[in-house]
Design a protein around this ligand. Sequence first.
Ligand SMILES: Cc1cc2nc3c(=O)[nH]c(=O)nc-3n(C[C@H](O)[C@H](O)[C@H](O)COP(=O)(O)OP(=O)(O)OC[C@H]3O[C@@H](n4cnc5c(N)ncnc54)[C@H](O)[C@@H]3O)c2cc1C
Length: 375
Amino acid sequence: MQSESCDVLIVGGGPGGSSCAWGLQDSGLDVLILDQATFPRDKVCAGWITPAVTDLLNLDLSDYQKSHVLQPITRFRTGIIGGAAVQTEFTQTVSYGIRRCEFDEYLLSRCGARTRLGEKFQSLERTENGWLVNGSLQAKVIVGAGGHFCPVARWLNPEKRSEHSVVLAQETEFQLTPEQLKVCRVQPERPELYFSPDLRGYAWCFLKDGYLNVGIGREGEKQLSAARDEFIQFLDLEGRVPRGILGKFKGHAYRLYGLEKRSVVDDRILLIGDAAGLASPQSGEGIRPAVESGLMAADVLQQCQSSYHIQHLQNYEQKILDRFGPWPDKPVDSILPARIRQFLGRHLMSTHWFTRNVLLGRWFLQQHLPPLVRS
Ligand SMILES: Cc1cc2nc3c(=O)[nH]c(=O)nc-3n(C[C@H](O)[C@H](O)[C@H](O)COP(=O)(O)OP(=O)(O)OC[C@H]3O[C@@H](n4cnc5c(N)ncnc54)[C@H](O)[C@@H]3O)c2cc1C
């Protein structure tokens, strides 16, 4: 394998890794991204992003949508699986639908870093001045951005293999034929979200410029395929999507933030995005935390002035706590106690006020959260 060196090695070229590299563009640091995939690569995801993400990344939306799917969202259809649905309309675009195979490649190609793609991260050794990765790559500092199964995160949290706070999810995305489009009742600007009665998960149908994305995710679920099949039956019964078109689903996982403590920094190493377990505990939104943590890491790395010892990197941990909130002293089961969840499921989810202001406005769109201020 070719021998190479860099200042910052980012393991993972998803939205977290590419945002970190983009944030380091003018820093004078030599940044290299290592990813086992070659891009474009797919990522199991519903593919909705909030305007906070496009603003933070300075995305030129009119340029992006010339050759990529960018579906504005102005309405939602929500409910409990098997129950009545509520419609909520907003006066402006509150979110966008993207395809991850396009979005991630776009971010990676404009991030300004060198890349080493199609190469798996396999080994890590400390050296006098930093790290030796895969026996051939020298780096002064490593950013673990390898997603939920990030090997750098496993290295930093070897004892914490708990599946507590992990959501298992399945998704399928494919282009509808013109005939299927005619009978599909999911509207492009109005994604549909259906919660399980215990509020431990939800399922969705999302039509993005002719691409249908259907999926389901549940906290700590062992029988996810059974829950998925029930959801497909519900969609059939309600006639939301053309019958019999939902084929093979792909699975993945992510960790919800704030339910148990994780290490995110050590000497010359830090974690961002799903590797750090930052997905929103209410909605599972993970792209925004990945982008925000990538940019926070970039800011801290620049302030380190080439000294990546833990006392300097701890500033990054503090930024994570300030932005996403504290970790509990011991693992907690859920942000919401079971009785409150049942009450929400039975009563509040069918009211327009709760759906607009809490479920969508606060939990899904996080409209209360101020934009990230970079230092
Ligand atoms: C079904 C599902 C639906 C979701 N829907 C949404 C949504 O609609 N909106 C939203 O905001 N979030 C959603 N999420 C969460 C979101 O997908 C993640 O939070 C987000 O992708 C995290 O970005 P990341 O850059 O941290 O990691 P990733 O996007 O997972 O990127 C990690 C990269 O690391 C690489 N990598 C991994 N291991 C290695 C290795 N050993 N060596 C080299 N490279 C490696 C991978 O190839 C990959 O390119 C969803 C998640 C799931 C599972």
